[in-house]
Design a binder for this molecule. Sequence first.
Ligand code: C2O
Ligand code: CU
Ligand code: CU
Length: 530
Amino acid sequence: MITRRKFLRQSGAAAGALLASKLPALHHTQQVKPQTMDPNTLAKFVDPLPIPPILKPDRTEPNPEDPKVKLPYYRVAMKQIEAKVHRDLKPTKSWSCGGSLPGPTFETRNGEGLLVEWANELPAEHFLPVDRHLHGAEGDKPASRAVIHLHGAKTRPESDGYPESWIAQGKSVVYHYPNQQDAAMLWYHDHTMGINRLNMYAGLFGSFFVRDKAEDSLDLPSGKYEIPLMIFDRLLTPDSQLFYPASDKASAPWLPELFGDAILVNGKLFPYLEVAPRKYRFRLLNASNARFYHLSFSGGVSAWNIGTDQGLLPAPVPMKASMLAPAERADIVVDFAGHGGEEILLKSDSFQIMQFRVSREKVDDTSSLSAALRPVPRIPETQAVTTRLLTLDEYVNLVSEPILLLLNATYWHEPITEKPKLNTTEIWSLINPTDDAHPIHLHLVRFQILDRRRYDVAAYMANRQLRFLGPPVPPDPDEAGWKDTVRANPKMVTRIIVPFEGYPGRYVWHCHILEHEDNEMMRPYEVVTS
Ligand code: C2O
Ligand code: CU
Ligand code: CU
């Protein structure tokens, strides 16, 4: 049986709209409403957009893989901070990597590795509702735990932030990031088993840029004309504190999704950015727990998608509305030329997210947007040595918990079932019988989307026979590059082709809706050498 009970705070966001019809009861509304403030009562566009600081290394240390080589060494402490999210609000208690919300930005180059000491200096108690029923968050575990994963990075398993390799308060761990990969916007974030959704909601994430020569040669807008926009939604109490609602069962507070109505960019609500009438490059990241965005600009400015999660697209794609699921990134170029004196909005459906104020100054824009960015050769299907059929399941268990989400009907703790061989290519067919779009992410690798296709859900449930109901739909032009997270759309089979390159060892794959991930929609997988 596939039914759902959902926590309410849906928006007009695409995924939300898909789900809205499935809401049986506005169960939590009465409890939630008085506990949150309405962000629309706040003055809009009164805070300048913050740009997280760029981290500087503390010193150099030998490369663990080649001690003759010294690498930059960064120490990043996770701490409780007070973050000012709006001019007229009191500071909001948050958790941060490195002192800001979001955390500071890493700037690195392809092939130039670095070391990061991630230190847990968080308080002993969590300030959000830990559910001790979830696997990995049982009563014998400390409430304050953290482990950082660098999303999109090709790293050895020891440095990948395995969900069970969390560190306790007062401890730290040193990870090595070799950065042997193409230029892209990666992001670091907490990955702690059973409380990931809470640690990320509290603020434990930031961005990490890898640069390379191919990108340099394109002469895209850079320096102050290249700006990360990390978008995340929150619920705020009338006292401007983070509100993470709990279910009506005090002993099992987990909820299937968190949707906030306060949408922050780089840690501010309704920020504005003063821009010159010229081209800008924006690096967009959806850092929300569950909300999907459908981003567009008002005022008829020209915008192009130039890159995906894992780097540049082959050619710019005129941007209409850019769909971003949790963890997805979009690299875009926006041209404000000819819009001097105007105010442009970045919107997601009915949400006004931020404002751009275009100055009237005369500028000389020497950056370019070339017609050819970076070749992305399509991987032929014949290169795949296996196709795995993997289902995304939701179960209702009326006795113990509202729903349960699994990958391929398998719990996290069960033996590993996906064991791709290093340096081989596989096709993963993600079969989604549910009413949710699940953003599926694989650690270590990058992949390409082959297609999505409607199929007969009932027939598949009955006899595991895949009967397609329509033609295969190719990926949207703005997702037809290298990806690390893919939207597996409802009632469709989404196929990705994945070269397993990098390192052998144990990694994870999971749904990036953090509430799903925390309640079993995550599995280990192992890259093997023979
Ligand atoms: Cu964005 Cu497993 O992570
Ligand atoms: Cu990842
Ligand atoms: Cu999911």
